[in-house]
Write a protein that binds this ligand. Structure first.
Ligand SMILES: [Mn+2]
Length: 416
């Protein structure tokens, strides 16, 4: 008996068909965020990040061109099992030599190379307007700015991004999640909280008023608690975005698990939202003490989020995207560790006998429930993981790291 055959028998005793789980895993798209590859620099501007976010570290070998970034993404994805999707920011527009248009004027053609890249690999594309790291983010404000000219620029950016999202969806044949996050807020106690939020609401309504294919373009709004330099007030708070999505047809809430108070957990919010929203979206990250965007690991909350999606039978109702950026370690490796961690979390969730555990809860058998939940932790998931990876043609163990090391040796001199 192989280790997999033995594990299969263990799980079968709990009513879990691991062969079916492995096949299911191959159908679940997970969106890989391009911005881990270059610390959110993008290709449309020089200069530092703004908008209350920051990448820390200066590990050598950062991708500086579209070709380098694509090569890095290719390498990362070749080391990961599962179905992939690409997540782009608007600041990753690719201009021809000498060409430049500002963010309010970008068009699908500026993303044609990304579409070719994704289509060749059979990937869908998700998209994000970039409301930061730009001179028109005046006083750190975009869609909430009291200056009509600033707001006009960013509303036009939002509309341009809706058209590009539709282009992605139609070209790839795969729905595109287009996510709005703005860093707008105030460092200290504001004198008006509702004014900025009403302007945000109006700006969003204007952006989403353009005609677009609602079956293929999923407009999401992402909440945030605070950012660096906007500690006291964030316009796009949890209540604001949930209420906006609930009251605007075709709009979905997006939860980033770094964007809440440190003791709040998104695993608990997933089933709450699924009671009301047909579909929701996630940015999966790991905050250490704050919204630090550390590389995703297989920690308890990561596992719990995956379990909730599976337990709620909502794998076709939750759009899953990764969102973290660490510049202190090999960036390609950071992608691989995070992507594989989420794959492991999903696999573990699919290998959990949720109905049996829920029955114990409903029957008030809480002692037994605790015992069984602990029992589940020691089942041979690693052997199922190995089988899954093998069937996807990737290494199950850390031997993939050698490939990263080789690549780093080769590319570092070129990018210095
Ligand atoms: Mn996010």
């Amino acid at each position: 008996m192989t280790r997999y055959e033995s594990a299969k028998a263990v799980y079968a005793a709990y009513g879990i068909d691991t062969d079916a789980v492995i096949e299911k895993m191959k159908t679940l798209p997970v969106s890989l965020h391009c911005w881990q590859g270059d610390d959110l620099q993008g290709f449309d501007h020089e200069g530092a990040l703004s908008g209350g976010i920051q990448a820390t570290g200066n590990y050598p070998g950062k991708a500086k061109t579209p070709e380098q970034l694509m090569a890095d993404i290719d390498l990362a994805m070749s080391l990961c099992p599962g179905k992939k999707k690409l997540n782009l920011h608007a600041s990753y527009a690719i201009f021809e030599d000498g060409e430049f248009v500002d963010r309010d004027k970008i068009e699908p053609k500026h993303f044609a190379k990304w579409v070719a890249f994704a289509k060749e690999r059979g990937w869908g594309i998700d998209f994000n307007p970039t409301y930061f790291s730009h001179p028109m983010a005046k006083d750190g404000l975009t869609l909430t700015s009291p200056d009509p000219e600033v707001r006009r620029f960013w509303v036009d950016h939002g509309k341009a991004c809706m058209r590009i999202a539709e282009y992605f969806a139609h070209e790839t044949g795969i729905p595109c999640v287009v996510n709005t996050w703005i860093g707008d807020g105030y460092k200290d106690v504001p004198s008006d909280r509702m004014g900025p939020r009403m302007r945000y609401k109006q700006s969003l309504e204007e952006i989403f008023s353009i005609p677009y294919d609602k079956t293929m373009v999923k407009a999401t709004v992402e909440a945030k608690l605070f950012g660096i330099g906007v500690e006291a007030f964030t316009a796009g708070s949890a209540e604001f975005t949930l209420a906006f999505a609930a009251s605007h047809e075709g709009c979905l809430p997006l939860m980033d698990n770094g964007h809440y108070h440190p003791t709040e957990v998104v695993s608990d919010k997933i089933p709450a939202l699924l009671c009301f929203y047909p579909e929701i979206a996630l940015h999966i990250t790991r905050g250490v003490r704050w919204d630090s965007d550390h590389v995703l690991l297989l920690d308890d909350e990561t596992k719990e989020m995956a379990k909730e999606i599976v337990r709620c039978d909502a794998l076709d109702r939750v759009y899953m995207g990764l969102d973290y950026f660490d510049a202190s370690i090999n960036r390609v490796c950071a992608w691989v560790v995070g992507f594989r961690s989420w794959q492991k979390a999903l696999l573990g969730a699919l290998c959990t006998p949720h109905k049996m555990l829920a029955k114990l809860q409903d029957e008030g058998r809480f002692t037994e429930l605790m015992v069984m939940q602990e029992e589940m932790k020691m089942l041979p998931l690693g052997d199922v993981w190995a089988q899954y990876c093998e069937s996807c043609g990737v290494a199950a163990d850390s031997s993939w790291f050698k490939v990263i090391e080789e690549y780093e040796k080769k590319i570092l001199p070129e990018r210095a």
